[in-house]
Write a protein that binds this ligand. Structure first.
Ligand code: FES
Ligand code: CO
Length: 348
């Protein structure tokens, strides 16, 4: 079945994803006055900023009569429900019931459900449960010799993990990105590579790929790709050309639901000062549109974590390790949360 509907919460993929950070919006999409509705792993969330500008991610729900808080507004640093005007402070405490101003306000238990929120790299991040891993590191973010370009977001009616695996797959270039990243009539074999695993996630050795139709500048290049996976939904590559040229891509695929995702992309580039942002975006938009058709066609929609399913060859090594790693994270999801104190320090 292509569309399996809502996440099966007992599934290992859901278990691996519920307590990790996901990108849910661009930072400038959440203003001081307006809350924003987003969806993550089948849950409806409201994002809003308190008086100090700190971001919050709550269930999009007011326990008085169940209205959506995202339809309300933010006043004096508190979120106001659209239905009866009850207000809640940053801690989730009800501070005002306009119909009964003289009565004590009700306790917030069962009224408000708070998730975890953070802001970094110009993006808003949310985690449904206490995050077990810190916010992913984007190595070039602080490095001024790299120009940053935000691409997307790209919405796929496909599974987030399938889309990340697609991003990590170098042997599809000549076919899906024919005449852009390779030649379907003369595809280059993919050289063998290694995959390493440590506490930061997965990383490959360099993979050389000849791009006959050129890079963003239209210059044919042999590019050396190094892929990393920081989270099941956060992947990254450095594409090296020449001695010093680096084209880096930081990708986050947000699972809206089991068969829908939003891909947030930041490109960091240290060459081609004359290369316009439009040109970079034009190519990214084209590549992600080509990938979209494939990822949306994959079935089952969910990424099979059982290695016995589907068929693998040597060039799929990264995909295999990726599936194994997600399964492992899902199995560990019920173990005591040793990483929590470190991750909690990143919370607002
Ligand atoms: Fe929120 Fe009544 S439903 S105040
Ligand atoms: Co692709």
């Amino acid at each position: 079945m292509l569309y399996a509907g809502k996440w099966d919460r007992a599934g290992l993929d859901y278990q691996a994803l519920k307590n990790q950070w996901h990108v849910v919006a661009r930072a400038d999409e959440v203003s001081a006055e307006r809350p924003k509705a987003v969806r993550l792993l089948g849950e409806e969330l409201v994002l809003w900023r308190d008086g100090a500008g700190q971001i919050h991610a709550w269930k999009d729900y007011c326990g008085h009569r169940g209205a959506k808080l995202s339809l309300g507004c933010v006043k004096k640093g508190e979120i106001e429900c659209p239905y009866h005007g009850w207000r809640f402070d940053a801690g989730g405490q009800c501070t005002r019931v306009p119909a009964h101003p003289d009565q004590a306000t009700p306790s917030s238990a069962r009224l408000i459900f708070r998730h975890h929120a953070a802001e970094r790299y110009g993006l808003i991040w949310a985690s449904l449960d206490a995050p077990r891993r810190p916010l992913p590191v984007f190595p070039e973010w602080e490095d001024d010799s790299f120009r940053k370009v935000f691409a997307g977001p790209y919405r796929y009616m496909g599974n987030a993990l399938r889309s990340v695996e697609n991003f990590l797959d170098a042997s599809h270039f000549p076919f899906v990105h024919a005449n852009l990243n390779g030649d379907p009539d003369a595809p280059e074999p993919l050289p063998d590579y290694q995959v390493f695993k440590d506490e930061h996630g997965l990383r490959t050795s360099e993979i050389s790929v000849f791009q006959p139709y050129g890079d963003h500048r239209g210059i044919p290049v042999t590019a050396r790709y190094t892929y990393s996976v920081f989270n099941p939904t956060t992947a990254y590559f450095v594409k090296k050309t020449g001695d010093t040229e680096r084209f880096c891509t930081f990708l986050n695929a947000t699972p809206v639901d089991e068969a829908e995702c939003v891909i947030w992309l930041i490109v960091a580039i240290n060459f081609g000062a004359d290369l316009s942002e439009e040109k970079i975006l034009y190519r990214q938009d084209m590549v992600f549109e080509q990938d979209r058709l494939i990822v949306e066609s994959q079935r089952p929609a969910r990424l099979p974590l059982d290695i016995q399913q589907e068929m693998h060859v040597r060039s799929d090594r990264l995909g295999i390790e990726y599936r194994r790693w997600i399964k492992e994270l899902g199995l560990r999801a019920d173990a005591p949360n040793h990483a929590e104190p470190r991750a909690a320090a990143l919370l607002n």
